[in-house]
Design a protein around this ligand. Structure first.
Ligand SMILES: Cc1cc2nc3c(=O)[nH]c(=O)nc-3n(C[C@H](O)[C@H](O)[C@H](O)COP(=O)(O)OP(=O)(O)OC[C@H]3O[C@@H](n4cnc5c(N)ncnc54)[C@H](O)[C@@H]3O)c2cc1C
Length: 411
């Protein structure tokens, strides 16, 4: 495999675009830029393939971005497909909402995306940690100081695309961090269970709402090779009313999930745990960071591109990476126009993020799911609306709000 994890010493002194972070956001940006003939260096602090704490669920917006990048077939060949999201209400009833869904561990997905960027012509160097920006006389960013654990070296670039995920160190080093605390936190583990009836019991991508898991939900996603990703998250962490409250204990929330969901309990009792339980932060709502600065575009979790209702962010990470690349391609000689075009594409996404933030009420008031599941099982119209929301053919405001709940109760 050429150019895979090149040492820092092998990189050129200068490049057109330096993309920092080889997760979905960074690799998507690097692939699109390289396909357009731009010289791109992609760097990551970790050697690939690497693990990333995640639910591994590929929801419809992720499928759309993978299709746009031309890697959907390769991903789906390896992923475990699913036909529906099974939503369980606190009263134990469920509804299956149809959607384009799959599950692939991030170790594999991210390696595949990074390789796709390299295949398109990007240079990938790892380990290569972003330490600090390089700045020109006017203060605009002109590259970065990188560190491979032994030595540090500068790399100059006309543009820096920052795709470093939910950690705030690089954002702060650039002076672009507006809020250090994460929006949400989630924890996950892998369990292997080979009984064929387990897959049927899980029902594809299983989402469980319950008062014990208030402010979030539990999930079990069936992945490849009879391995299930299960976890819980606190997904309304930054709402105003939460300020000043002590943080939830995620490990206890995970144990509560296993106690209240019989399928999770059976999985943990009979299956084999693979690796450790791991928690990680999420940054949501396109908030908490300055989106652009002279010479810099911020993409993915770093710019808050995860939905706070669901904690899903892989698809939007790639979308923002692609949008940044398109802004750079469209305005090769006009830096102000690049920033303006990228900001406009995030602004166009913002109302959707705001609606998902409102929809987080469902996590705060899980009994609302009793109504939703009851009505969706009675009404093909409501079930179709839910499927449209999942597949991003419709904004969530028509159902996942108080007004939406009122409309569900009307005949
Ligand atoms: C427990 C949990 C479950 C989740 N489940 C789902 C799910 O099922 N579906 C979904 O769509 N989303 C899910 N998400 C959200 C999803 O993980 C993120 O939205 C997504 O990873 C964002 O991609 P990214 O490319 O922006 O960042 P990341 O995937 O975090 O990639 C950032 C990269 O930057 C590198 N990096 C960091 N700092 C530096 C530095 N200083 N120098 C160089 N490189 C650096 C890191 O090593 C990493 O490789 C979940 C999140 C959590 C925490």
């Amino acid at each position: 495999m050429p150019n895979w994890n090149q040492p820092l010493s092998r990189l050129p002194d200068a490049t057109d675009v330096l993309v920092v972070g080889s997760g979905p956001a960074g690799s998507a940006a690097a692939r699109v830029l390289a396909q357009a003939g731009r010289s791109v260096v992609l760097v990551d602090a970790q050697t690939f393939p690497r693990d990333k704490t995640c639910g591994d669920g590929l929801v419809p917006d992720t499928h759309a971005a993978l299709r746009r990048l031309g890697v959907i077939d390769e991903v789906l060949q390896r992923a475990q497909g699913a036909a529906a999201a099974r939503c369980l209400a606190p009263n134990g009833r469920h509804v299956d909402v149809a959607g384009e869904l799959a599950v692939l561990p991030r170790r594999e997905l991210d390696a595949l995306l990074c390789r796709a960027a390299v295949d398109a012509g990007a240079l990938h160097a790892a380990p290569a940690r972003f330490v600090a920006p390089l700045r020109g006389d006017s203060g605009h960013v002109t590259g970065a100081l990188l560190d491979d654990g032994h030595t540090q070296r500068p790399l100059t670039a006309r543009w820096l695309v920052l795709a470093t995920g939910a950690g705030t160190g690089p954002l702060a080093a650039l002076g672009l961090c507006q809020r250090k605390s994460p929006s949400c936190m989630a924890i996950r583990g892998y369990v292997r269970h080979t009984d064929p009836d387990m897959a049927a019991a899980v029902g594809g991508l299983r989402f469980v709402w319950h008062p014990t898991l208030r402010d979030g939900y539990g999930w079990i996603f069936e992945g490849p090779d009879h391995t299930y990703n299960l976890g819980t998250g606190v997904l309304v962490g930054q709402l105003d009313e939460d300020r000043g409250k002590p943080p939830r204990n995620l490990r206890r929330m995970f144990d509560d999930f296993v106690a209240i969901d019989p399928v999770a309990a059976r999985l943990v009792r009979e299956g084999t745990m693979v690796g450790e339980l791991k928690g990680a932060p999420l940054r949501c709502d396109l908030e908490g960071a300055t989106w652009t600065a002279p010479g810099v575009l911020v993409v993915g979790d770093a710019v808050g591109a995860t939905y706070s209702f669901s904690g899903e962010g892989i698809g939007k990470a790639m979308e923002t990476g692609i949008a940044a690349a398109q802004a750079l391609i469209a305005h090769p000689d006009d830096a102000a126009a690049v920033e303006a075009a990228y900001r406009a594409s995030l602004q166009a996404l913002k109302p959707r993020f705001d609606m998902y933030r409102q929809a987080a009420s469902f996590n705060r008031h899980p009994w609302l799911l009793n109504i939703m599941v009851w009505r969706a099982n009675q009404s093909p119209r409501i079930l179709a609306k839910l499927s449209d929301i999942l597949n991003e053919r419709r904004l969530p405001g028509s159902l996942l709000t108080w007004r939406g709940v009122r409309s569900m109760l009307l005949p």
